[in-house]
Design a protein around this ligand. Sequence first.
Ligand SMILES: *Cc1c(COP(=O)(O)O)cnc(C)c1O
Length: 382
Amino acid sequence: MNWKVPLADLDIGTDEILAVQKVLESRWLTMGSVTQQFEQEFAKKIGARHAFAVTNGTAALHLACLALGLGPGDEVIVPSLTFVASANAIRYTSATPVFAEIVSPKDLNISPVAVEKRINPRTRAIMVVHYGGYACDMTAIQTIAERHNLKIIEDAAHAVGGELEGTALGCWGEIGCFSFFSNKNMTTGEGGMVVTNDDELADRLRLLRSHGMTTLTWDRHQGRAIDYDVVMLGYNYRLDEIRSAIGLVQLNKLEKNNEQRRKLTRHYHSMLKKTLPQVETPFENYRGKTSAHLLPILLPQAANRRKIIEFLKSRGIQTSIHYPPVHQFSIYQPDTRPNNPALPITEEVGQRELTLPLYPAMTGEDVALVVNTLGEALEAFK
Ligand SMILES: *Cc1c(COP(=O)(O)O)cnc(C)c1O
C-alpha cells in the first residue's frame, strides 16, 4: 500500500547505513564494544545507573518480571488498554495479570485509584504503561507501591525521551523497559533496553539476558576470562552490534524528533478543536514532558469507526487503533472472569479510539489533510 500519509515513518539515513557498514567490516557482530557504548549512552541520556540492550521490548518486560522474582500465585496490576505484550510478559513467569481501569477519556493511563482497589495479599507489582508517551501519575503510583510494599515495572515502550518532574520515564520504578521496534520513537528494527538504578537487580538482569552465564563471549574474546559457571536459568535475549550501531545514531536524533512530534501534536490539537469539536483529544493536558509517540483521538459515540478507517484509507491516510483492550482477547477471558470486574472506561475508549498519523517528517499540510479528510469521513458516516 502506497500511503500518502502513513501512520508512522522512520528517520533512517546515511549515518545509520555507515554505522552498520562499520560493524560488518569489524567482523564482530554481537555483544561487543558497540553494544556496550549503546548501553552506556542510553543510560546516560535517561539518567539510569544500568542499561541492558535486549532483543526487543517484550524481552525487556519478561526480564523485568524474572528479575523481580515473579512466579505462580503472584499478581501484577496492569492496564488493559495497552499492547498485549505488557500482560503476556507477566504470564511468561506464570504470574497473573490483574487489569485495572484507566483514569478517564482525557487521560488514558492507568488510574492510581483503580490500582489500589485491585491490591490483595497476592499482589507483588504494578506494571504501568505510559500510553502514547504521556506520563502516568507516578507520584501517586509510588505512594501506593510504598504503602503496600509493591515493585513498579514501567513499560516505557512509547516513552523514550519522556520526563516527569525531572526524572526520565522508565526511571521511576524498580525497572524500566523500552522498545526499539520499527514504529517506535527510536528504532533498531527489533530491539529493546531494560534499565534499573538497583545494583542487585542489574546483576540479575545481566545474567538472565545471557543464559545465566557468569562471563560473556566478549570477555573471553578479550582474554579477560577463560571459564564460566551457569547460576540461573537465563535466556538469549542479547542485542547484536548491527542493531546497537543503528541505535546509537537514532539516540542522537531522539530529542530533535520528539520535539517535532510535540509540535505536530499541538498543531493537531488546535486544528481539531477549531474544526471538529465533536472529536475528543485525550492528553490535551498532561504531566511533565511527553515523547508524543501516538496521536490518539476519540470519535463521537455514534460514528462508524470501521467505515471512517476505510474512507481515510481510500484517501491514502493510514490510521490504527490503540488498543483493543487486552482483557477482551480470547486468551485473557479465563483470567478476567469471574475475579476481574468490567472495565467500562477502557472498553468505551477501546471502541471509540482512533490513532492518527504522527512522525517527525510530517508537515503542517499533512496534519491539515488528515484533519480535513477526517472531517469529510465524519460527515459521511455519522
Ligand atoms: C511495542 C510495545 C511493546 C513491545 O515491544 P517489542 O519491541 O515490539 O517487543 C510492549 N509494550 C508496549 C506498550 C508497546 O507499544
